[in-house]
Design a protein around this ligand. Structure first.
Ligand SMILES: Cc1cc2nc3c(=O)[nH]c(=O)nc-3n(C[C@H](O)[C@H](O)[C@H](O)COP(=O)(O)O)c2cc1C
Length: 320
């Protein structure tokens, strides 16, 4: 493995813009996640030293091993951004060749590059050549239903020296529609030419599914994204299942405490007003499937006052 001191089958927090910030990464680490990656950072913004982007690179030692993820479509800019990221001394730099969002893909960055594989390979190669840190790539199966060259892409990326490859089992055109198809991820992993770690990604929603997909597709590790939002406990529970241990249920006290920790972390990182707003997308996850929770959820996502939010969380603890 390209990283030291990680388990043989790492659980990775899939990078998510506006979700996998410093606070949430710390919480996931605490709950058993092995590797974290920053939100994606635009390479042109990084080299122009735009504060909103450079802030995304802040991390604490406890988060290691950590990757800084960058995206871009211009060689010079991407290499310069990788060098800027390298100065922060992360454990690795991840190139995002998977984002389907229009404003990214339209410019040939993210998954937009998947209809120009030679360019994807040459840009990746340039970043590998000019940096000292391990370079990893996160991408998708291909551009469209009729164009899924991921096996060939993986071989070429390995040839230019990347250290690991994460594959989301959808195409660029699929965006987030349909189900992730892991069969091609399995094919990449089981191709005898492939020596680098292959991490699978897409739709893992429970410890049971993680175990099943590990066994079925033989991948070297798994990235969990949406299922971890408001549910960092999934890492610990998955670990327990992988280790043949009983899965411990998460108590309401643990949910409420983690929620408060998350809120406080966001506030200390980005200020009270913004922290309270950012936290709103997480309550649904922390209190998923709790009957008769609706009125509390509405309060949590509308209140603007910190004390009132904490009081509501305390009420939740008393009531459920
Ligand atoms: C809100 C959101 C933001 C995302 N931002 C990023 C990102 O910054 N970088 C990236 O590589 N993928 C990003 N993704 C994709 C996820 O990392 C992951 O590949 C995708 O959600 C599939 O995994 P999942 O089914 O476990 O969520 C994002 C996904 C979501 C839902």
């Amino acid at each position: 493995m390209f990283l030291n001191n990680i388990p043989s089958f790492p659980l990775i927090l899939s990078p998510m813009e506006a979700v996998t910030n410093h606070t949430f990464r710390m919480i996931c680490k605490k709950w058993g996640c092995d590797i974290v990656i920053t939100e994606f950072i635009a390479s042109d913004a990084l080299i122009r030293n735009i504060e909103q982007s450079t802030r995304k690179m802040l991390f604490k030692e406890e988060e290691r091993p950590l990757g800084i993820q960058i995206f871009g479509s211009d060689e010079k800019t991407l290499v310069s951004a990788a060098l800027v990221a390298q100065e922060r001394n992360p454990d690795f730099i991840d190139i995002n060749w998977g984002c389907p969002v229009k404003k990214v893909a339209q410019k040939g960055a993210g998954s937009g590059i998947l209809n120009d594989i030679p360019k994807m390979i040459s840009l990746t190669s340039a970043v590998v050549k000019h940096t000292k840190l391990p370079i990893t790539v996160k991408t998708r199966l291909g551009y469209s239903e009729n164009n899924k060259p991921i096996v060939e892409i993986a071989k070429q990326l390995q040839d230019v020296g990347i250290s690991a490859l994460s594959i989301h089992g959808r195409t660029k055109q699929q965006c987030y529609k349909g189900n992730a198809d892991w069969t091609l991820i399995g094919q990449v992993k089981n191709d005898p030419y492939i020596k680098i770690p292959i991490f699978g990604n897409g739709d893992i929603s429970s410890p049971q599914m993680a175990l099943e997909y590990k066994n079925r597709y033989n991948v070297d590790g798994i990235l969990i994204g949406r299922a971890a939002i408001g549910n960092p406990f999934i890492f610990k529970q998955t670990k327990q299942l992988l280790n043949n241990e009983e899965i411990s249920p998460i108590t309401m006290e643990q949910r409420v405490e983690t929620c408060k920790e998350h809120l406080d972390g966001l506030i200390s990182f980005c200020g009270e007003k913004r922290g309270i707003l950012e936290m709103r997308k997480n309550y649904g996850g922390y209190f998923r499937n709790i009957p008769d929770f609706k009125s509390y959820r509405i309060r949590l996502v509308t209140l603007n006052d910190y004390d009132q939010i904490i009081n509501t969380l305390n009420e939740v603890l008393e009531r459920f």
